[in-house]
Design a protein around this ligand. Structure first.
Ligand SMILES: *[C@@H]1O[C@H](CO)[C@@H](O)[C@H](O)[C@H]1NC(C)=O
Ligand SMILES: *[C@@H]1O[C@H](CO)[C@@H](O)[C@H](O)[C@H]1NC(C)=O
Ligand SMILES: *[C@@H]1O[C@H](CO)[C@@H](O)[C@H](O)[C@H]1NC(C)=O
Ligand SMILES: *[C@@H]1O[C@H](CO)[C@@H](O)[C@H](O)[C@H]1NC(C)=O
Ligand SMILES: [Ca+2]
Length: 275
């Protein structure tokens, strides 16, 4: 599944890591319609790609589980597969949350799955990426009243398409290398248009500045945040479950798109679940 998704991503015809963000903003101001079409096409490609790869990987896992159900590893995978087909039964399994406020969290921007990212800095006087009072650690403090706001390369109040996408955070977990099988995102206090809609989750066993290098990361999930239908302010989407058999100690969560053309992406909490 990871390989399939990577191929899809690299084949996206319009992606250019060196100029992408500036070009998105230029296009937006000069030719808004072109930009909207550009983003719609990318969104459709990503959604179709992730649906196909998920379908393929569920099928493969089911087959493996049937043929050799005595192996404990296979049983674990099979459990994940059945969970994917029935999200509600999964949530009842009470998976333990994995992120604590003690973990090391960095905001990033100019960040796209499989590619390098840049450390984000506080927004002061028109430059910088995340809101001074709404920093990355707010997304992992267990408090739904505090939020993380990242403008990416846009200025506050810019309201051009692409703002807030290609932003996110990476986390070095103190607990070691868990097997992550789900995540959950919660909304902020205002602007439903800033909610993440399409997101990615990648894993890595690297640490420090290596985590800014795209090749350190392996794709775990690409797709829906479960906020597509607005749950309301200060509310959470359901836990999004996915098949995964690789343990990692670091995780990178990135925004591909937000609900509306506004100036940033925001969320009050991101939590990972697993074993
Ligand atoms: C965070 O670290 C402090 C001090 O090391 C410790 O007392 C606390 O239990 C830790 N909290 C969690 C949630 O791990
Ligand atoms: C922001 O601009 C104001 C007014 O121009 C100035 O007083 C202040 O020092 C600037 N702050 C930073 C962090 O550059
Ligand atoms: C990504 O970062 C690495 C390490 O700093 C660098 O060698 C490489 O050229 C970068 N790749 C791109 C596409 O910028
Ligand atoms: C990451 O490290 C953990 C523990 O150090 C190990 O169990 C796991 O297999 C590693 N993950 C990958 C994908 O190599
Ligand atoms: Ca929070």
């Amino acid at each position: 599944m990871m390989q399939t998704s990577k191929v899809d991503v690299q084949n996206l015809p319009t992606y250019n890591p060196s100029t992408r963000s500036n070009r998105i903003c230029d296009l937006a101001s000069k030719r808004k319609l072109t930009c909207m079409i550009y983003f719609t096409i990318i969104t459709i490609l990503i959604v179709v790609g992730s649906v196909i790869s998920f379908y393929a990987s569920s099928k493969r896992l089911k087959k493996t589980a049937k043929s050799t159900s005595s192996s404990s590893v296979v049983n674990e995978q099979f459990e994940v597969t059945t969970i994917v087909t029935d999200t509600r039964s999964l949530i009842n399994k009470d998976l333990p949350p994995l992120i604590t406020p003690n973990d090391t969290i960095y905001g990033v921007y100019e960040a796209f799955m499989g590619y390098n990212s840049t450390i984000a800095s506080p927004y002061t006087n028109g430059t910088g990426q995340y809101h001074l009072d709404e920093s990355p650690s707010n997304a992992c403090d267990g408090n739904i009243a505090t939020k993380y706001v990242n403008f990416g390369l846009c200025a506050a109040d810019a309201h051009i398409c692409g703002c807030g996408s290609q932003t996110g955070l990476h986390i070095e977990l103190k607990r070691g290398a868990p097997l992550v099988t789900g995540f959950q995102i919660c909304t902020g206090d205002d602007y439903p248009g800033r909610d993440p809609i399409l997101v990615t989750l990648e894993g890595s066993n690297h640490s420090g500045t290596d985590l800014l290098v795209g090749s350190s990361w392996s794709l775990i999930y690409v797709g829906d945040s479960d906020l597509k239908s607005d749950p309301g302010r200060h509310k959470c989407g359901t836990i999004q479950m996915f098949p995964n058999s690789n343990r990692y100690k670091s995780y990178r969560f990135l925004i591909l798109s937000v609900r509306q053309v506004l100036d940033c992406a925001q969320y009050s909490e991101l939590q990972l679940y697993g074993y």
